[in-house]
Design a protein around this ligand. Structure first.
Ligand code: RAT
Ligand code: ZN
Length: 418
């Protein structure tokens, strides 16, 4: 059906966005059968590290004291400072309200216990179903860390994710702290030597192969500092060159790089103490140019890197850009960056992921993104329609399906139904 008015375009975009199932390609959630490492409920929502960073601006409490408090007390402090004493206008604070509202809990009272009572009667399993239905998310991609003792034990016991949950092998310690990681690998029976030689490479690769076998990951992922360089004669450079690239290529899985995080500039704040820095995109340019048979999924944390990243994707089709990561996930930036990506790449990118650490965050992250995308896409289709080009309802539906779901699976060359 050809759309003949701006109103028709808007209604079609809105409806297509609402009806489109989503693959959430990067989260920190877990299949509910993994047990209590899946975080959910109101106290978890309030103690999200994005909100910890914000509360610290309104209290002179020693952070060490904050971390010694029970989670319930931390949530109460955050509620008091950010929701009771002030209006929760920040993106992360507003997100809590959007989540409540969309989950059918009217956020009309400032009494936290009312919300606690609402969550008390729920189970993780039921909440997973409710969240996925509400956000129309059909596939959740996890972040799975074989270096995390608790998670590692779950996998080694034989637990495997439910169908809607997909694994990702996350390897930060291997690339960002090889000296200590080497000790771990030895403890686990991998004969990694002090020298970087054929034997060491074989053993690191054996570790990766073992975890690919266990997790069946959709991709391998790392977060990297703004100083990331490639090629580089360093532990990181060598592990990427001799292990990550050949192993991901062999298994035909992308290597996901999340570039631009400066870890712990304020160590007292733990997860809330990470910062952003502009990276040198030449590292990625080199990786892409030298490894045309590998696949790269990339997101960058600094606003200053977004333009060159989008231009780079015009040069290399084995680069798939994804999401507005972490400090980029604010409506003003999502609007600007998505617009720019559409202008440079058409719909050949993945506009968003939720990065949810707490289950219910999926609801607000997608609601806020959908609101921005409705405006951006309406404007883009209207620009096309106003030239006289016939824009059909089906064209819009197809584009939105690509961005929210299919680009990812096509890039992987995988069918999402396992
Ligand atoms: O957005 C976040 O929650 C960050 O703390 C990180 O988890 C980041 O997304 C990452 O995956 O490293
Ligand atoms: Zn993340």
């Amino acid at each position: 059906m050809i759309l003949t008015t701006e109103k028709g375009i808007r209604n079609t975009v809105e409806e297509a966005i609402e009806n489109q199932e989503i693959t959430d390609i990067h989260t920190h959630l877990f299949s509910p059968n993994f047990g209590d490492i899946l975080l959910w409920d109101i106290d978890e929502l309030l103690t999200y590290h994005y909100l910890v960073a914000e509360v610290m601006r309104w209290t002179d409490m020693d952070p060490a004291l904050f971390w010694r408090m029970e989670e319930k007390e931390q949530a109460e402090l955050i509620w008091q400072k950010l929701f009771v004493e002030r209006t929760p206008v920040s993106e992360a604070a507003r997100g809590v309200l959007t989540t409540l509202k969309e989950m059918g809990i009217d956020p009309k009272t400032k009494n936290l216990d009312t919300y606690r009572a609402e969550f008390a009667g729920r189970t993780a399993e039921a909440q997973v179903g409710a969240v996925m239905k509400q956000a129309n998310v059909s596939n959740i991609v996890m972040t799975n860390d074989p270096f995390d003792e608790q998670e590692r034990a779950i996998w080694l016991e034989g637990t495997r994710p439910q169908d809607a949950f997909h694994a990702v092998l996350r390897i930060d310690p291997l690339l960002n702290d090889f000296q200590n990681t080497k000790e771990k690998l030895r403890e686990w029976g991998y004969e990694v030597q002090d020298d970087w030689n054929g034997g060491t490479i074989k053993e690191v690769n054996r570790f990766l192969e073992d975890w690919i076998e266990i997790m069946n990951p959709l991709y391998m992922a790392v977060s990297l500092p703004p100083s990331f360089a490639y090629p580089e004669e360093s532990d990181r450079g060598r592990v990427i060159r001799d292990c990550i690239l050949p192993v991901t290529k062999k298994h035909n899985i992308p290597f996901a790089l999340m570039i631009g995080v400066k870890k712990r500039v304020n160590p007292d704040l733990i997860d809330a103490g990470d910062f952003v820095g502009k990276a040198d995109i030449r590292a990625l340019e080199n990786l892409l140019a030298e490894n045309q048979e590998n696949k790269f999924l990339v997101t960058m944390l600094s606003r200053e890197n977004q333009h060159e990243l989008a231009v780079l994707a015009r040069k290399f089709r084995h680069l798939m850009i994804f999401g507005c990561w972490w400090f980029m996930n604010n409506p003003v930036i999502v609007n600007e960056v998505t617009r720019m990506r559409l202008e440079l790449l058409n719909t050949s990118f993945i506009p968003q992921h939720s990065d949810a650490r707490v289950l219910e965050q999926v609801v607000y992250k997608w609601r806020h993104t959908k609101t921005v995308l409705k405006d951006v896409l309406t404007e883009k289709y209207e620009d096309v329609r106003s030239t006289g080009w016939p824009v059909a309802k089906e064209d819009i539906q197809k584009d939105i399906a690509a961005m929210f779901h299919e680009n990812f699976w096509n890039f992987l060359e995988k069918d999402y139904r396992k």
